[in-house]
Ligand binder design. Structure first.
Ligand SMILES: Nc1ncnc2c1ncn2[C@@H]1O[C@H](COP(=O)(O)OP(=O)(O)OP(=O)(O)O)[C@@H](O)[C@H]1O
Ligand code: SF4
Ligand SMILES: [Mg+2]
Length: 321
């Protein structure tokens, strides 16, 4: 197997300072928020890589950098050997871009309400000068909708159906990879499973590679081949899905597991991970997880644990073994 995506030392910092005048009056320094910090990982072709972590851990920011919607502050993303940020050959950039698509959490916001579904789905092809030739109708059929739906508008569909339309559009340019950013978290629990099954079937059928982003480990359990766990913008653990579910080695991953199965009747987490997520503008020293970690020692607040290999798992914790 070869890596389709190679992410190395990827970081993204946002300037979240107040306007200059306010800063001068209030004597405030610039405020920089590190959303993603030194993330390195590889995604093998035709596999599903799941990125999990709480809200604000940097999942979407990584997804946007992978598809080229956001430039990295440091580090690089290579798609099939092409670095979108440093490549200068426009043809190569265009080719790499068309190989990778993104599906977002909110299927309504990402569909143009004034366009017919046919035009929405065909757009990735027609925008590049290609002919659609019944493409939208074929894809609608493939995502479990009706070819006759092509003449309708997005508001005529349910949330789950709209996400199917987004999936059809993502498939239109025959990508090799799709970044799926919480594609089912805005949907009803009953519809979630259907859409996940569809995505899983399409992945096999078309030999796709997914970067699947979710805050919910139970959602990725059946789909993921490999899982990366993010905490405050850093990768803290990465392992094959089976290994991670069997032996989570990082205390944060263990905490996520402890919370995951406890859902109430509406599919909501009854007991989310304990403790507050720290402020990413001034993260805790050493291991950023130490204020919440049940087994933290002195060293943890002083020294940041490097990522290291423990029995095939990559884990960043001083005590993991
Ligand atoms: N354009 C931006 N400007 C400033 N800060 C940003 C920007 N985008 C993201 N951030 C910050 O970066 C951090 C990571 O955000 P990101 O959206 O990647 O998290 P996430 O893991 O996708 O969270 P969620 O599960 O809520 O979608 C957050 O603290 C967020 O406030
Ligand atoms: S390095 Fe220390 S604080 Fe961080 S997860 Fe490991 S034990 Fe907990
Ligand atoms: Mg997000």
């Amino acid at each position: 197997m070869t890596a389709l995506v190679r992410i190395s030392g990827l970081s993204r910092v946002f300037d979240v300072s107040k306007p200059l005048l306010n800063r001068l009056i209030e004597r405030l320094p610039k405020a920089m928020l590190t959303a993603v910090s030194d993330v390195s990982l590889e995604i093998e072709e035709r596999t599903v890589y799941a990125l999990v972590g709480e809200s604000g851990s940097g999942k979407s920011t990584i997804g946007k950098m992978v598809v080229g919607l956001l430039p990295p502050s440091e580090g690089a993303v290579e798609i099939d050997g092409i670095d979108l940020a440093s490549e200068t050959d426009a043809k190569k950039i265009d080719a790499a871009r068309s190989e990778i698509q993104m599906i977002f959490q909110d299927p309504f916001a990402s569909l143009n309400p004034r366009w017919r579904v046919r035009d929405i789905i065909n757009e990735p092809v027609t925008a590049r000068g290609g002919k659609a030739n019944g493409l939208a109708e074929r894809l609608l059929d493939q995502v479990g909708l009706n070819a006759a739906d092509a003449v309708k508008y997005p508001h005529e569909f349910s949330g789950g159906q709209r996400q199917r339309i987004c999936i059809a559009r993502a498939l239109a340019s025959q990508p090799r990879m799709i970044v799926c950013d919480e594609p089912t978290s805005a949907l009803d629990v009953s519809v979630q499973a259907q859409v996940l099954n569809l995505m899983s079937d399409l992945q096999e059928e078309f030999g796709l590679t997914y970067l699947f982003i979710s805050h919910d480990l139970t959602v990725v359990q059946h789909m993921a081949d490999r899982i990366g766990v993010l905490y405050l913008g850093r990768l803290v653990e990465e392992a094959d899905a089976d290994a991670l579910f069997e032996t989570p080695r990082h205390p944060y991953t263990q905490m996520l597991f402890a919370a995951a199965p406890k859902m109430d009747g509406f599919g909501r987490e009854v007991e989310p991970p304990k403790g507050e997520i720290p402020d990413p503008i001034s993260p805790p020293s050493g291991c950023a997880f130490h204020p919440r970690c049940p087994i933290a020692i002195d060293r943890c607040s002083r020294e940041r644990p490097e990522m290291r290999r423990v029995h095939g798992t990559r884990v960043a914790c001083h005590l993991a073994e």
